[in-house]
Design a protein around this ligand. Structure first.
Ligand code: MF3
Ligand code: CO
Length: 250
């Protein structure tokens, strides 16, 4: 599939889809507390998405059974919410969610600390977020796609963290996943030339230990092979001829 360039009308719809999602995330983040189950977070997320007249895009996507991905500690992404999975003080939890507004998809993720967390965990979360902002600074017309990838890799390398290679960011629009794939690690080629009107979900997934991941028996949950903590930070971004517009930031 070719990379799509959004019209002004489509950009307006993407903006609104992302604004609604960012608002929902505020509330979802506030629900993260010791004692809450990962299923309660999913229930709240689905309710908030539907209450603004939107549809959760993750629900039933390739058979995914929930609206929100809730990934705890060594779970990298795609953790399936469960009633018996209770968050405890000191855990870190990545929430990943998206919605469809008038046919247009948004997608974002954040990692939260549950109560008081270790300094090492706090640093992992912060540097994962920082790596997104380093990468997105290259997301403008005329640059190449892998300028983003290489910049994220260069930034993360200094900490000795593992960058997940088995999953990538992606184009987004009338589908949750459009071309191109956006790796978070160094590429040999430059990749396609970025053009105003592209909308991209940029999403570094960073492990405190090694980069290797594996899939659990549920066929969804991705975990670090070495059991180390993992963090995720994702926004939907509009490429312009100037600074990128980060659509899922309020
Ligand atoms: N945010 C995730 C991604 O980028 C989507 C989750 S997969 C799903 O691609 F099945 F849960 F939808
Ligand atoms: Co995504």
């Amino acid at each position: 599939m070719a990379v799509t360039i959004k019209s002004n009308r489509e950009i307006e719809l993407m903006r609104e889809s992302c604004r609604l999602l960012a608002n929902i995330f505020e509330e979802l983040g506030n629900s993260v507390k010791p004692g809450i189950s990962t299923l309660s977070i999913d229930r709240l997320g689905e309710k908030l998405i539907r209450s603004c007249g939107c549809v959760p895009n993750f629900l039933h996507y390739e058979g995914y059974p929930a609206s929100i991905c809730v990934s705890v500690n060594d779970e990298v992404v795609h953790g399936i919410p469960r009633a018996n999975r209770i968050l405890h003080e000191g855990d870190i939890v990545s929430l990943d969610a998206g919605l469809i507004y008038k046919g247009y998809h948004s997608d974002m993720a954040r990692t939260f600390g549950v109560g008081k967390i270790s300094d090492d965990a706090r640093k992992l979360i912060e540097e994962t977020r920082n790596s997104f902002f380093e990468g997105v600074s290259k997301a403008k017309q005329g640059n190449h796609l892998y300028d983003i990838s290489n910049t994220i890799d260069d930034y993360i390398s200094q900490f000795g963290y593992g960058i997940v290679e088995d999953l990538t960011g992606h184009g987004i629009g009338t589908s949750l996943h459009e071309d191109p794939q956006i790796p978070n690690f160094r590429q040999k080629r430059r990749g396609l030339k970025l053009q105003a009107g592209m909308t991209l979900a940029i999403e570094p997934m960073i492990n405190m230990g090694r980069a290797d991941v594996e899939w659990l028996e549920d066929d969804w949950t991705v975990v670090t092979e070495d059991g180390s903590l993992s963090a995720h930070y994702e926004n939907t971004v509009l490429i312009t001829d100037g600074e990128p517009e980060i659509l899922t930031l309020l």
